[in-house]
Design a protein around this ligand. Sequence first.
Ligand code: SF4
Length: 580
Amino acid sequence: MDFLLISPPVANFGQATAGLSVLTSYLCSRGWEASQWDLAIDAFHHFHSPETLEATRALLSSQPDKVDARVLEVAERVVRDIDEAKDALRTPGVETDQARMKWAFETINDAGIVLTAASFGQYEHDFRHFGVDEAFRNFKTLDEALDDPARNPYLAYLEEYALERIEREQPAAVGISMTYFSQVMPGFTLARLIKRRFPEIRLVAGGSYLTAVEHDLERVPHKVFPVDAVILHDGEAGLDQWLKHALRGEGQPDAIANCYLRGPTETFTRSGERSLHHTDLDDLPVPMWTLDGLQLDKYLVPQYPIPLPLSRGCYWGRCAFCNISCQTVATYRTRPIEKAIADIKIALEQTGSNWFDFPVDSFRPKELRELADAIVAEGLEIEWGAEVLLDPGFKDDLIVALARSGCRTLRFGLESASVETLKAMNKPTRPKHAARILRACKANGIQTAVMLIAGFPTETQRQLTETFDYLVENCDVIDYLTIHQYSLVPGSPMAQDPAKFGLYLLDQDAVLWTSMPFVNTNPVGMKSEDLPDVVKAMKEGLREHYPELGELWTVAIGGWMTFPAACGVRRRLVHPVSGG
Ligand code: SF4
């Protein structure tokens, strides 16, 4: 095998990341013998198995002075229930059974409480987090934490499980793709273990998390992260060029797109020009997404939602708080319709699933209509969801066409319902248009997911109250609500010019971090230290109108069951269950 592309733990147990399958498909089309491995789902099952949890329970009960009796009770329960909870989320119909989903998520979450308790304060470990206290303070603390078995349970797991497969399959090169912060320590651990055991294997890393912390990359010591190259942003061309260079000695390192190489010093150096290469979605093979290497029955969903990224970037790309311009440099592209339809047909055939969750940052209304019309014209009976802007171009007739093509949910970044705050954010959304679009979606059976930001630096209490009132007024047309606390992210316009937004940057006291510490000097804005309480109070006030607020399956982006739940609701509307 030429190349094994790995998604390390900890990631989403409902779906493999789209990039893994798209890059693998691309590299195979370029003649490489490439395969994908979602190691994250394997690790999830390992740590959330009755065997591991029983061993964890035994460890905890051997230290009664250090462990709260309630944790031992929880441990007994999760050992008994974990398999049933995992099966519950895979059972068709669970998406409409909130009590069952709640029980299953609570059980899996409780397993995390037990795993974390067994670290005796050293780390946090559950189905969506892995973090070691103080590890990211600097590269020295990170290096120490990575090599410490007491703080890094992935050392033993990856050494035993991942290295065994790598030894068996003997790839010439391995790629490690990190989408979430929770993957950083396990991903770094994997790179270090592979380099120590198999120094001849060439190693490359990438993914949207590393792209988001690009500002730190030239400071990462090789010793901490011993990969040969890091490829950021769109990875297709860069990976193909890097493989040619690393495995066949072809091409110049300077010509590898979007790439950092091990430099002559102890850190990484940007190869060639700093200009970015963007993948033309027309150049991707058909199919752009491959199932090969994935085992769909491992995922905890009643049916697999195929993540097909039919667009990249954002056609607006100017919101002050957003780092989309950092991750994809705002170059908006879509897959040509005929190829998108071919991708959908092949994925339908290969997987037997007709659920498509399009992981996109935005999709222009006109282009989404063309896609919807083509889905109907081809007679494709699919159910789909996507993230889009609250763009006035989503006219009522267009929303009818989307619903007819199988659209079950749309996710929207409303961010605020105050026009003043939206203007300060440079967000084109307006509350009046938003309400019309949300209403039209609901009238056509499309479930709506809305995301908000609380505590934007210029936001006043009055403006936040305006948003609160709007959410109450429109609660009948908003199905899923997610409220994020404002954070300053590298690569956003606000991070590039903080003074313009009244922000005073503080010294960063962490590495590879996507949130920048600041002082808000806006005379009317809320203090950043008050924000957690403000957000908490807002959520509490809204719970009466949004009883599911904060439930794990309702999170709009990367939601665990939002998309399946939206499909389930629709099915109930179309085929009402009679007889109670
Ligand atoms: S917040 Fe949404 S609309 Fe604004 S730039 Fe980012 S992706 Fe585009």
